[in-house]
Design a protein around this ligand. Structure first.
Ligand code: GLY
Length: 362
């Protein structure tokens, strides 16, 4: 695996020399599209910066750091606009500003990251004990499983400021996930809706097949996010919940080791895979292994990485690392189906870093 990790770092470095400080999101073939001028507020706009920071750590090439910092500055229009910032503030500023601060001690980056943490903290709904998802009336009262990953920004902010308030909110959100998002069988809801009093009023299928299915990437967000919350709190209830989701994935993972876009979609539709769900799940399994020493988790992580290697590796002359991602189970946009996704590539690298016991960003 060490040689495989080196070959992935080499390939990602080769791509980065072409992509430079553009902001890749999705690729239908060999080339990623750039989001700089088309949608600078999009939630995925930090993942390539995260890749650049890993490449900087692994190669010491200063160009990678300087491109990552350019991307961080490009996102200032979002941070300064405030209104465009949403529950994904963690994704956007962990992989830009927190990385830049941690790796280069840049105090401007620290300021940005704390501002993003304050904005995320400010979205907490006390009555329902959740972080409001998205912006706009249509989403009022909605919480989503993806937010579990964004809690890392709150854990970081509490350590940085020695103010427990961020962590306390993160734990409350994670408890809401235990209560309302994880079913007894370990399957995971994408969207839970709350009324004005904070009572649960329903669920939505969101990017999964339907409201009772288990969206592959959402299941992965739950596995990795709950495991991170266990790492940060050492509270057994989060480990138990992560274990429940892990067992669900183990039971439903196809034999080739790459998750379905939705684990509970009807059998005849099931062949749709999602490599990004695989990469994120592998991170969750490897972190569970680090925290528990249970070999079953290591084996699951390895099974998924082997599956991704066998089924999803992009050709060597492609910019992306992985093929066969799906943005959502139901989408009319052809470019969002069976495509390469920058977050799939990022978490593939993060999984390999976890496997090699190196420091990671979430
Ligand atoms: N909305 C986040 C995701 O697609 O996973």
């Amino acid at each position: 695996m060490v040689n495989f990790t080196s070959s992935i770092i080499e390939k990602a470095s080769k791509s980065a020399l072409l992509i430079k400080d553009n902001i890749p999101y999705i690729a239908f073939d060999a080339y990623y599209e750039d989001m700089t001028n088309s949608n600078i507020g999009w939630w995925t706009n930090s993942f390539y910066s995260g890749i650049l920071w890993y490449l900087y750590k692994e190669t010491n090439n200063e160009e990678f750091a300087s491109w990552a910092k350019n991307i961080e500055r490009k996102l200032d229009v979002v941070l300064d606009g405030v209104k465009d910032v949403d529950h994904d503030a963690g994704f956007m500023w962990i992989l830009t500003s927190v990385c830049s601060y941690k790796l280069t001690n840049d105090l401007k980056s620290k300021k940005r990251a704390l501002r993003a943490a304050d904005l995320l903290f400010g979205r907490f709904n006390k009555k329902g004990q959740y972080i409001q998802a998205w912006n706009g009336d249509w989403a009022k009262g909605w919480a989503i499983i993806d937010t579990m990953m964004n809690l890392s920004l709150l854990y970081w902010a509490s350590k940085e400021t020695i103010d427990n308030k961020y962590k306390e909110v993160a734990i409350k959100c994670a408890d809401t996930v235990l209560k309302h998002f994880i079913d007894e069988n370990g399957s995971v809801r994408h969207i839970v809706m709350f009324d004005e009093k904070g009572n649960k009023k329903g669920v939505k299928g969101g990017q999964g097949y339907n409201e009772t299915s288990s969206w592959g990437r959402g299941t992965a967000w739950a596995l990795y996010g709950l495991t991170i919350t266990y790492r940060e709190t050492k509270e057994e209830r989060f480990l138990n919940a992560a274990n429940k989701v892990a067992s669900f994935i183990k039971k439903h993972l196809p034999s080739e080791g790459v998750p379905y876009a939705d684990y509970l979609a009807p059998k005849e539709e099931k062949r749709k895979l999602d490599s990004s769900a695989g990469a994120i799940s592998a991170c969750g399994f490897y972190l569970l292994y680090q925290l528990t020493n249970d070999n079953e988790y290591l084996n699951m992580g390895n099974k998924i990485i082997e599956g991704l290697k066998k089924t999803c590796l992009a050709p060597s002359d492609y910019q992306p690392l992985l093929l066969h991602g799906n943005v959502a189970y139901h989408t009319d946009k052809i470019e969002e189906r069976d495509c390469s996704l920058i977050y799939g590539d990022f978490f593939f690298i993060e999984a390999l870093m976890l496997l090699n016991k190196k420091d990671t960003f979430f």
